[in-house]
Design a protein around this ligand. Structure first.
Ligand code: C6P
Length: 437
């Protein structure tokens, strides 16, 4: 584990002390050295990676865990009596236990490895919702959802005759809780909510929303893709039935993610894919399915990905989710205050409770042009609709520019972002009152 916690203690330099002061106690200088990619140049400029919401960069410990697995351990899991197969199985199941602890699930039987959040939600749509929903039943989501938490429900509505209801948001990008409560009713079978909006950064008031869903006996799925890297998540305290997230947004590998599901519910769900590992016995007459969680993991899984995800959890826990949250909130405040000063810039999404995401538009500058100009200076942000087209529609914009911050970012990178935006305005924006751009 290549974390700052285990390193020998040396007297901090002035630069380190300054970095710590702005980062809620995390040693950003040291943390940045954990991420090999952060020391590279892009277009001749130091990389300022402000796109962790799309996919986070990987610390050395995650990269090493995957390569160690392939160099020393790899074989197929749950199948062989030979040593490698047993070690691979131990590594894979060890990662499952780390995930269980990370989100405080009651049992590893409730942890299903999937490709990512998208696959997790599709699994619930097809295996939980589809067999249960009747024509006229309702699924309730919000306007803030990522397409991954919209389209699978539309598909299942088409398949079953159920109806999709959408709770509105307000100008700040917050869910209208009263309207949400009014949309709940005797036909609401499932409520599917983002924990944090990827497009705006809004943290949804889950405690209240889930409690309301419970009064109508609706099942609750939480899309936690944007939450797990930023805050401690406790699925039992949340009282949700399903919680979905992706490894690659929480400093782990791509192609691995998690569906948490309450054991009692999983037991009632049919498998959604058939194949090896998900069975106990197969004859041409009848197949009996494996126990949990294997019943939902057909075929050879992403073993290395799970190992890498376990290393990412170790890494996040070594820094401390509470310290990460403090650090990122400070960065968010700084970024908001800095960008707000730029004439013609409008921040989209000003919820009282936000994760470290700043979505914005700049008068006269298309977000894609802005992204290209920033890239020339080594600054990576995301531009577009962020797979949340209804959010764009609500704010009447085709796209936004989005800086999504991580604990490894610095104020200096945010200053560079602001300078890059000013540059784009001068090049492309409307003339100012003084006649110059
Ligand atoms: N959001 C973003 O730039 P996958 O692709 O399955 O790992 O995650 C999908 C997903 C689901 N829910 C939320 C809230 C998300 O933010 C994402 C992925 C990325 O915002 C890529 S579109």
């Amino acid at each position: 584990m290549n974390s700052s916690v285990d390193s020998p203690i040396t007297a901090p330099t002035t630069a380190q002390l300054q970095a710590q002061a702005q980062s809620g106690g995390l040693d950003v200088v040291r943390i940045r050295k954990d991420f090999p990619i952060l020391s590279r140049q892009i277009n001749g400029k130091p990389l300022a990676y402000l796109d962790s919401g799309a996919s986070s960069q990987k610390p050395r410990s995650v990269i090493d865990a995957e390569s160690h697995y392939y160099e020393q351990i790899h074989a197929n899991v749950h199948r062989g009596v030979h040593s490698l197969s047993q070690w691979a199985t131990e590594a894979y199941e060890g990662a499952r236990e780390k995930v269980r602890g990370f989100i405080n699930a009651a049992s590893t039987r409730e942890i299903i490895f999937v490709r990512g959040t998208t696959e997790a939600i599709n699994l619930v749509a097809q295996s939980y919702a589809r067999p249960r929903l009747q024509p006229g039943d309702e699924i309730l989501i919000t306007w803030l959802e990522h397409h991954a938490n919209i389209v699978p429900w539309q598909m299942v509505c088409e398949q079953t005759g159920a109806k999709l209801k959408v709770a509105p948001i307000d100008e700040r990008g917050e869910v209208d809780v009263a309207a949400f409560e009014n949309l709940l009713g005797p036909r609401t079978r499932l409520v599917a909510l983002a924990h944090i909006s990827n497009a705006l950064g809004t943290v949804l008031p889950l405690q209240r929303l889930i409690a309301a869903a419970r009064t109508h006996n609706a099942a609750v799925l939480i899309d936690g893709a944007q939450a797990v890297p930023h805050m401690a998540v406790d699925v039992r305290a949340l009282d949700c039935d399903f919680y979905a997230f992706s490894g690659h947004k929480m400093y782990g590998p791509t192609g691995i993610g998690v569906l948490y599901a309450r054991e009692a519910i999983l037991k009632t769900m049919p498998p959604w894919q058939g194949g090896g590992d998900m069975i106990l016995q197969v004859t041409f007459d009848k197949t009996t399915y494996n126990t949990l969680p294997y019943r939902f993991e057909a075929g050879t899984p992403n073993i290395a990905g799970a190992v890498g995800l376990g290393a990412a959890i170790d890494y996040l826990q070594s820094l401390g989710l509470a310290r990460i949250a403090v650090c990122e909130q400070q960065l968010l405040r700084y970024a908001t205050a800095t960008l707000e000063k730029i004439p013609g810039l409008r921040i989209i999404g000003t919820a009282a409770e936000k994760a470290a995401v700043v979505s914005f538009i700049v008068d006269g500058v298309h977000p894609h042009d802005l992204g290209t100009i920033l890239d020339a200076d080594g600054i990576a942000i995301r531009t577009g609709h962020h797979c949340a087209m209804p959010v764009m529609e609500f704010f009447n914009v085709p796209a936004t520019a989005r800086a999504s911050l991580s604990f490894h970012n610095t104020r200096e990178e945010i200053d560079r972002l602001a300078a890059g935006i000013e540059k784009a305005r001068r090049l492309l924006g409307p003339p100012t009152a003084t006649g110059t751009n």
